[in-house]
Every structure is written in C-alpha cells, then in structure tokens.
Design a protein around this ligand. Structure first.
Ligand code: ADP
Length: 371
C-alpha cells in the first residue's frame, strides 16, 4: 500500500512465476522454484526455460515484450503471507475466503448462483493490511499472483501501457488460477482523470475495463469457445484492488466491483494481538499492564504505524551504546523497556487524522461492506 513500503521488497526479480503449490507431475516441475543459493546459473537457466514455456503459450494479441516485462517485474515471489500473519480483519478474511479462495479451490461447487464475483475492492486507510490480505489470498488459493501498482500501468511504461494491460490479463488467463492485484487502483480508474487526462492513461483505463469485462463475460456463462479455452481459463482469474482513496474511483468503475470491503483501523483487541505478536520474539520487560497502556495510546494507529512504533522502540537498547554497539555481546544488550515505547511515541504518530478517518467511515457506510 501507499504506506506499506514493505510490500515492494517482495517484488523480486526475476521470479518468473510463483505457484504456491508443490508441483506433482513432471510436467509441472518447471514451475517449481529452485531457490537454493548456490544454484545461481542453474536458476537462471530454469527461469529462462520457464519463460520460454510460458511465452510459447501466450494468447494471441499479447505483445511478447510486454509479457516478458510482466513476468520479470510483476509476478510476485517472496515470503508467503498466511491468514495467521494478519492481525484482526476477521470479516474481511471470511469474505475473501468465500469470494475467492474456496471458489478457486473448488470451482465445481461455485457455479450458477454461486458464481463468484470477478472483482473485489479493498479500501481503507493506508497501512491497514490490504496488501497483506491480497498476498494471503494468493497463497491460500494456490494462485499465480500478479501484483501491479496502477500508477505503473499508466505512467512507467508510457505509450506501452495498453499493451501491458493486455499482456497482464493474457498471462493471468494462461497461468490461471490467477489473482491480479492492483494497488492504488484509484489512479487507474479515477473519475477526474477522464476529462483532461493524458491520452495514455485514458487508454490504459479503457483497456483495463475492456479486459476485465471479458473476464466477467467468460466467467458468467463459462461460455468460452474452444479457442478461448486453449488460451487459458478466464473463469479462474480475479481482480483484487486496493485503494486509500475510494472516493476518487469513478462511478461506473465502482459499480463493477460487486464486493467492496472496508479495511478499517485496528480495534483495541487487534492492536493488543499485534503488539503481542511483535514483541513475542524479542527480549523485553513490558508487563501486561504496560501492554494495556500501549494498546490504549495507539488508538487511531494503523497496523503499519504500530509496526513502525515497535521497530523504533526496539532500537532503543542500541541507541545509547554508540560505537560500543560494534563489540557488545548479544547477551549484554538490555531488554526493550516501556520507556523505549514512550520515547518512540514522540516521533511515530498515526498516519490518519480523525477527519481523514471520518471520510472512510462515511464512504464505507454508503458504498461498502464492513470489515
Ligand atoms: P496497505 O496495503 O493497507 O497500505 P499493507 O498490507 O502494505 O497495508 O501493510 C503495511 C505493513 O503494516 C505490513 O507489511 C505489516 O508490517 C503492517 N500491518 C498492517 N496491517 C497489519 C495487520 N492487520 N496485521 C499485521 N501487520 C499489519
């Protein structure tokens, strides 16, 4: 998310493809990640073989260069996120399981009236776990995970953005089941941009909506022609999007997200759970009472604010060591104390104001589902 610098780090190069499953047949072996460190060259060979294989089943109309770019930059591999890693957000997790994970794992059960939605919007303040949720969905549904920030679709590959959008959807179908996760979706589907926007971003918005409609159509009746089928399974591709500015999305685009899930700031018990988890592997001497005080004073903090606070406080014991830090043995570093948190609270403040928060609550009341 906008605030969650962490998630960028997992967009490592070059994946080429992450299937969150253990391949069983020999045909699938090439999907496997050979992640051992010493096998650098072999890895690269394996990766280029994977890419060659994928490129050979590219759907028609997909530009090979854009496809390659997506395979290198956008298909995510990295540490997997599991539901338990995410504090709170029980309603959102449940909604995502029902709307995405179960249908992906049991497509036979989810047809007709149970046909899952093709798109889900996660909205709320920055740093509340939207990106983590999307990554957990990909892990738990054993899907290929494409993670793209909307601004990179509209600006980074200037002029090439339409082709890139087409390649994104084409590959997602070819590698289905797939999740296309678009962060900052507001910048792609914004209402304001429809007037005076750059030609390029208007065209990538149009292309995105066209491609997405095609998915929805294919899924609705499972009416794929034989040719479509050869190009991948459109019924097992889902668009998940996240935004900190849901009010910027234009009305027509908003309506396409049948499900709009509010991801709020963490409540009291969720903050407690998160703080306890963060401290669990640390040498500290905070009492239960201290933790209760922290939970109380972090009202209004997002999950990422709390993480930032704990990280800063954890530096406390090292700060006044100076150069001695370099040769002090581990067991002589003092534990983290409540006072470290107190000092950190001066610099780490909540990133959302109460006015800002009200705006989310209002939008959620009007257009969203509570999380
Ligand atoms: P968003 O996409 O909503 O902006 P992220 O999912 O990128 O936020 O979260 C940023 C960071 O904040 C995460 O990497 C994690 O360290 C922390 N974080 C946020 N929400 C939670 C949560 N519910 N549980 C645990 N950690 C969280």
């Amino acid at each position: 998310g906008a605030n969650g610098g962490d998630n960028k780090a997992v967009r490592r190069k070059p994946p080429p493809v992450k299937r969150h499953e253990t391949p069983s047949s020999s045909d699938q072996e090439s999907w496997d990640q050979h992640s051992s460190d010493e096998a650098g060259d072999e890895d690269e060979d394996q990766e280029s073989q994977d890419i060659v294989k994928i490129m050979s089943k590219l759907p028609k109309g997909v530009d090979p260069q854009s496809a390659r770019q997506i395979l290198n930059d956008i298909v995510v591999r990295g540490d997997e996120v599991h539901w338990e890693d995410i504090a709170g957000l029980e309603t959102a997790k449940k909604a995502l399981k029902e709307a995405v994970v179960y249908p992906f794992l049991r497509p036979d059960l989810f047809s007709g009236l149970r046909e899952p939605a093709r798109g889900m919007l996660l909205f709320g303040p920055p740093g509340t776990g939207k990106t983590m949720l999307a990554r957990a969905v990909a892990t738990e549904s054993k899907s290929t995970f494409f993670s793209v920030s909307a601004s990179s679709l509209t600006s980074k590959w200037h002029g090439e953005s339409e082709k890139l959008v087409r390649a994104l959807f084409g590959l997602a179908k070819a590698l289905a089941p797939s999740i296309i996760f678009v962060d900052e979706i507001d910048s792609l589907l914004s209402a304001r941009s429809s007037g005076s926007e750059h030609e390029a971003s208007r065209r990538s918005k149009t292309e995105f909506l066209v491609q997405w409609s095609d998915l929805q159509r294919a899924a609705a009746g499972r009416e794929q022609s034989a040719r479509d089928k050869k190009e991948g399974d459109a019924s097992r591709v889902l668009v998940l999007a996240a935004t900190n500015m849901p009010w910027d999305i234009d009305e027509a685009a908003r309506r396409r997200f049948v499900r709009r899930q509010y991801i709020p700031l963490p409540e009291h018990h969720v903050r407690e759970q998160q703080i306890r988890t963060l401290l669990s592997h640390q040498h500290h001497e905070l009492s239960d009472e201290d933790i209760q005080v922290l939970v109380h004073v972090t009202e209004g903090f997002s999950g990422s604010d709390i993480t930032a606070l704990a990280k800063d406080a954890a530096m406390g014991p090292l700060r006044n060591l100076g150069e001695a830090l370099l040769h002090t043995p581990m067991d002589q570093i003092r534990p983290i104390k409540f006072q470290d948190f107190e000092s950190s609270l001066y610099s780490i403040r909540p990133s959302v104001s109460s006015d800002g928060l009200r705006k989310y609550e209002d939008w959620a009341k009007e257009f969203g589902e509570r999380g």
